[in-house]
Design a protein around this ligand. Structure first.
Ligand SMILES: *Cc1c(COP(=O)(O)O)cnc(C)c1O
Length: 405
């Protein structure tokens, strides 16, 4: 399949918007991706043609909606290569998935047990584990990072012991773009009998995780960062682990039988899907997966690699500019600052020029503390971005620098 950037950009109607009178340059894909027309259309098609509650009615519409929802689950199962469709739990996003697992571990941990998180985590992969440790008396340990924004694996090895019950790490850092050596970490965690959760929120738009090959116990991600609507997400869990963990929420849909004396829970995946889910957007997450596969993940990676190389080289032309996150394995995220200028001031000026970047701590304050900075400017590219857009950003940053220094 050939990669025609003009056709691809035409798939995303928002990209032809003008912002503050200038053509939009959207470099905030790390926060959320834009949506292709097929995804936008699929949402209205659902409401126009098959809207009904799922898994409940015998009527035809309910059947159609249920079939579409389960077909989406199956597409996602194939996309991530899970062994069973019932290992794919619909959630509202990564945060929900991580909390589901952390909450479940409350029944498994005791004082003296250890939970390992990495120094590179998003707050949503730190705070639920801190809450878990507070509840259970377990201890939170942190896998340290180096100046390049890479985890120090020799330290990780030393932290692992039979006290370690669960390790949690992101596949790709949202703040720096580092791709973590998760296969190594998964195998090492298993050697001491620990479970491991991978936060794939930032990874799923850049690569296709193969959960069976990785052999991770849990893999959580959000739909909205992979061209699907907000309010959708997936928690993959190995069948044995999902059977072991208690339900997260009680309610309709997750039960087998309810009496006032005792309730028995439904089988997987329904045990973890209490209440009416986000049916339309869950179905459309499958549409987004189809869209990604129609472009081809190799094509996406090739385009993003070029953008990362070109963007890095062009930004480094600017005197006083420092890039944070220079890991050998990195995706198309560039976090940077200019000496003596607050990132927020640059972000504000370049927004006036139509450029959307993120400024701040990127929900990863510990990383900012590590570098002793208040935040960074983060340009995160998707496959629909271009080198011309990078040129526009570089000129805008130069202009902002002149105005502010
Ligand atoms: C965005 C992100 C999250 C949180 O995802 P939500 O969609 O807000 O739940 C967690 N981890 C990483 C690495 C992220 O990029």
């Amino acid at each position: 399949m050939s990669f025609n950037i003009k056709d691809i950009r035409a798939d995303f109607p928002i990209l032809s918007q003008k912002i503050n009178g200038k053509p939009l340059v959207y470099f905030d894909n790390g926060a959320t991706s834009q949506k292709p027309q097929v995804v936008i259309d699929a949402i209205s098609k659902y409401y126009q043609e098959i809207n009904a509650n799922i898994h409940r009615g015998v009527h035809t519409l309910s059947q159609l909606a249920t079939d579409a929802y389960e077909a989406s689950r199956n597409k996602i199962k194939n996309h991530i290569n899970a062994k069973f469709a019932h290992e794919v739990i619909f959630t509202s996003g990564t945060t929900h998935g991580i909390n589901l697992v952390a909450n479940g571990f409350a029944s498994l941990l005791k004082p003296g047990d250890e939970v390992l998180v990495s120094a590179l985590e998003h707050h949503s992969n730190i705070v639920p584990w801190q809450m878990l440790c507070e509840r259970t008396g377990a201890t939170l340990k942190v896998i340290p990072m180096n100046e390049n924004g890479e985890l120090i694996l020799s330290e990780f090895d030393k932290l692992l012991s039979e006290k370690t019950k669960i390790v949690t790490v992101n596949h790709i850092s949202n703040a720096l773009g580092t791709i973590n050596p998760i296969k190594y970490m998964i195998d090492k965690a298993h050697q001491v009998g620990a479970a491991i959760l991978i936060d794939g929120a930032q990874a799923v738009s850049h690569l296709k995780p193969n959960v069976q090959e990785l052999d991770c116990d849990f893999y959580a991600f959000s739909g909205h960062k992979m061209f699907a609507p907000t309010g959708t997400g997936i928690l993959y869990g190995k069948e044995a682990w999902l059977n072991k963990l208690p339900p997260y929420q009680g309610g309709g849909e997750m039960i087998k039988e309810v009496t006032f004396e005792k309730t028995t829970y439904a089988d997987l995946p329904h045990k973890f899907e209490a209440g009416t889910p986000n049916i339309a957007d869950g179905i459309v997450l499958g549409t987004a997966v189809d869209y990604i596969n129609s472009i081809g993940i190799e094509n996406i990676q090739e385009q993003e690699k070029e953008l990362l190389e070109y963007g890095t080289q062009r930004l480094l032309e600017i005197e006083g500019l420092r890039i944070f996150g220079t890991a050998a394995a990195k995706t198309s995220v560039i976090s940077f600052n200019i000496e003596g200028i607050h990132p927020y001031d640059i972000g504000t000026i370049i927004d006036k020029l139509g450029i959307a970047v993120r400024t701040g701590h990127h929900c990863a304050q510990p990383i900012m503390n590590f570098y002793n900075i208040p935040g960074t400017i983060r340009a995160s590219f998707a496959f629909y971005n271009t080198k011309e857009e990078i040129d526009v950003m570089v000129e805008a940053v130069k202009k902002a620098k002149l105005m502010l220094s």
